[in-house]
Design a binder for this molecule. Structure first.
Ligand code: UDP
Length: 233
């Protein structure tokens, strides 16, 4: 079952159902891609129909942030679970072998791999020629690919390149997950994450990201309220 916000489809599944879906993706021989939308995704999709299409063509779309989770609830179309990218990366890497990490600054994917353990079979930084990344991935032949290039770059990259990496059965855009797992950036405290105020925490720590934070903290709630007041638009 899916729910929708400003045209972006979000799957409404329990944690167990998500895990079963992922197991199924890895077993059916086809290629799949999973998206993890949070507030800024919805703002971006409202401005860029091509990105909206790309999100809605995914095999699984899971609510990544508390802000989006609360908005869906307020709009009367709640989802059962919020799935933080960091947690999903950890869970999948614990359970499944053959995981490749692409993205992050120098040494970040490497450090993340050391923390995640032996199921990680390859890494590559996100600022060294991305065109050549396909070749390095094909040398390792992973089944699972986590791409941390930030949105919408990572979703576009996956969409353009997935078919060139036939071993990959599941590709996921995971934003800043490697930065958090490697410890390069500290995650917001639990109260900030659970109240939907993670954007405020980010503003205090990374004020140069003002434009993006403004989208999450102001533009997104405004668009969500507008859609509630005039649901057909
Ligand atoms: N990143 C990258 N290559 C790029 C742009 C970004 O590897 O060309 C990495 C960046 O180092 C970070 C991750 O993408 O680890 C997520 O970036 P950002 O913080 O902008 O995204 P968010 O976490 O907000 O989704």
């Amino acid at each position: 079952m899916k729910t929708e916000i400003l045209g972006v489809k979000i799957d409404n599944l329990t944690r167990e159902e998500i895990s079963e879906k992922i197991d199924g993706f890895l077993a059916d021989g086809r290629q799949h891609y999973l998206v993890l939308p949070y507030s800024e995704f919805i703002v971006q999709a409202a401005a860029e129909p091509e990105f909206l299409n790309l999100l809605n063509r995914s095999d699984l779309s899971l609510c990544e942030s508390r802000g989006l989770f609360l908005a869906l609830k307020l709009l009367g179309q709640p989802v059962k679970e919020q799935v933080a990218g960091v947690d999903l990366v950890r869970q999948i890497s614990r359970k499944h072998p053959g995981v490749f990490l692409l993205g992050g600054g120098e040494g970040v994917a490497e450090r993340t791999a050391q923390i995640l353990g032996s199921n990680i079979t390859g890494v590559r930084d996100g600022y060294r020629g991305l065109a050549a990344a396909v070749e390095s991935i094909n040398q390792v032949r992973p089944e699972i690919l986590f791409v941390a290039l930030g949105m919408p770059k990572q979703e576009k990259w996956i969409n353009e390149n997935l078919s060139k990496m036939p071993s990959v059965k599941l590709a996921v855009g995971v934003g800043g997950a490697f930065d958090f797992i490697s410890g390069r950036i500290k995650r917001a405290p639990r109260f900030a994450r659970q109240s939907g105020l993670e954007w405020l925490w980010r503003f205090c720590r990374q004020p140069w990201r003002l434009k993006r934070i403004f989208k999450a903290g102001f533009v997104f709630p405004w668009l969500a309220i507008k859609s509630k007041l005039s649901p057909k638009k």
